[in-house]
Design a protein around this ligand. Structure first.
Ligand SMILES: [Mn+2]
Length: 290
């Protein structure tokens, strides 16, 4: 196989037309609240860089590369998390009101909160599928309610979308465990036979879904490049089967891929993230045509 390095610094390295594009990728190189190992701000850059070596033809859905446009990186505001969230919300909303299908690349997981605020203005009711090794349900963390460790609390707390289902979770603190049981939250802990629950998980979601994928949901054997790796995660084909099922059965109105924290000199995880993103776009394209 010959891999051609393409010249443009865009996702897949192609020059595409914004007006004709359906999917827009918003890179958000922000990790202002990272707690363990920072560097997720490098994630969008490395995903885009790796994607330039990706085959644009895929055996499951063909070639959808000409539908994708890469937006300029969103400049981080490092002075204030609140201002950064507002900047994300406004940028996301601008794309949604132009009728674009928004895909956000992080960066740390708190970015999802800003994105969801924009979706909330266009879709008052959505289910959220949250794929993550962590529950992200802390009330606050290191003094901030907008910390990456709290992102799903903001969602679960019925401030935005109460209808949230978490999958792949295998690390929670006591406060989170209590919250999950007392509020009867739909949190599916990771297990060896998680695939046997995929149908049930998908059936918990409403018709319209926002999908947020924290890359640490994947097993560290295939995804070591993340700030807080947890053993026992989803493997490649398991993750694809879950994603395929969701895109096939539900109307996924937008999604994000967060928390790739590149390891210098190790390019396989970056390529894995770039390909995972293409699979999600391809599944959406394939099943939304039906
Ligand atoms: Mn996580």
């Amino acid at each position: 196989m010959i891999l051609h390095v393409r010249s443009y610094f865009t996702y897949l390295g192609l020059e595409t037309d914004f007006k004709k594009s359906k999917y827009v990728i918003l890179p958000v190189p922000y990790d202002g609240t990272a707690s363990y190992r920072s560097g997720a701000r490098e994630g969008p850059f490395e995903i885009i860089n790796a994607s330039r070596n990706l085959e644009t033809y895929d055996s499951e859905f063909g070639d959808v590369s000409n539908l994708i446009y890469t937006l300029p990186e969103l400049q981080p505001n490092l002075n204030s998390v609140e201002e950064m969230m507002l900047r994300i919300e406004e940028t996301a909303l601008d794309q949604l009101t132009q009728g674009k299908y928004l895909i956000t690349l992080g960066g740390e997981h708190s970015i999802t909160y800003g994105v969801l605020r924009a979706f909330r203005k266009c879709y008052p009711k959505l289910s959220v599928l949250h794929i993550d090794a962590h529950a992200d349900l802390r009330e606050d963390y290191e003094g901030s309610r907008l910390n990456h460790a709290c992102v799903m609390k903001r969602s679960h707390a019925r401030e935005l979308y109460p209808d949230t289902v978490s999958v792949g979770v295998r690390s929670v603190c006591e406060e989170e465990a209590k919250c999950i049981s007392s509020e009867k939250l739909d949190v599916y802990p990771m297990s060896e036979d998680i695939e046997s629950r995929f149908d049930e998980i998908v059936s918990k979601l409403g018709k319209n879904v926002y999908l947020t994928f924290d890359i640490d949901a994947l097993d560290p054997s295939i995804m070591p490049a993340t700030g807080t790796p947890e053993p026992g995660g989803l493997l490649w084909y398991q993750a694809l089967r879950l994603l395929r099922k969701v895109f096939e059965k539900k109307n996924v109105v937008g999604f994000d891929l967060m928390e790739l924290c590149p390891i210098p000199g190790m390019h396989a995880p970056n390529f894995t993230a770039a390909k995972l993103l293409y699979k999600m776009i391809g599944y959406h394209s394939k099943f939304s045509k039906k």
